[in-house]
Design a protein around this ligand. Sequence first.
Ligand code: HEC
Ligand code: HEC
Ligand code: HEC
Length: 131
Amino acid sequence: MYDSGKIITGLIIFVVLAFFPVLYQTIVVGEGSVVPEPLLTETAKKAGVCIETKEFMKTQHMKLLDQWRNEVVRDGERYYTSSNGKEHYKSLQTTCMDCHYNKVDFCDRCHNYMGVTPICWDCHIEPKEYK
Ligand code: HEC
Ligand code: HEC
Ligand code: HEC
């Protein structure tokens, strides 16, 4: 015969264990400390690669943008050849935001988490958010 008491106890233990990571994350750690995952748009997914490697972009995108701006504004240099040989038009709006047009779910996700607020959008036009 089945011992329903043991089965139920077993089920409860199983459920608690199975959801432990979620419970721990929400109750003990708190939502705020979950490192956000920047979302890729369909355009970005299709392209598969960024201007440079993901690791490079993660840590150097601000420097790359700064470099692009200086070269465009001071020298009128409009094309960037990435390390894989591909040419890119040096533009925040026309190039970066063409793939990453989900600013809120991409750029802002990281920036809010890190507490940085780039002022670029005071002058540069924000992409119209997809939904
Ligand atoms: C052709 C489409 C395309 C363009 C243009 C593009 N990206 Fe990306 N970007 C991607 C893709 C795809 C990834 C993910 C790459 C991977 O997973 O290897 C990515 C990754 C990144 C990451 C790292 C995200 C992470 O999860 O760590 C940053 C930051 C980034 N891009 C910023 C930029 C900036 C800034 C520009 C303009 C200078 C730019 N991208 C231009 C497609 C693009
Ligand atoms: C993987 C996380 C991540 C993503 C995605 C990301 N950023 Fe950043 N960004 C950072 C971090 C972290 C810093 C701050 C670096 C520092 O303070 O040294 C930063 C800084 C910057 C800065 C310099 C800000 C300043 O005030 O000096 C610019 C400009 C910038 N990001 C643009 C972008 C744009 C545009 C996108 C979307 C296309 C983007 N970032 C996506 C993490 C990210
Ligand atoms: C005070 C207004 C202003 C602010 C703030 C600003 N820019 Fe610009 N930016 C300009 C102007 C004007 C140009 C010249 C446009 C041109 O020649 O196409 C430019 C050009 C650029 C270019 C090259 C051309 C292009 O189409 O993108 C890049 C890259 C750039 N800015 C990046 C940035 C980044 C990154 C930030 C934030 C850290 C920023 N800018 C903040 C006004 C501004």
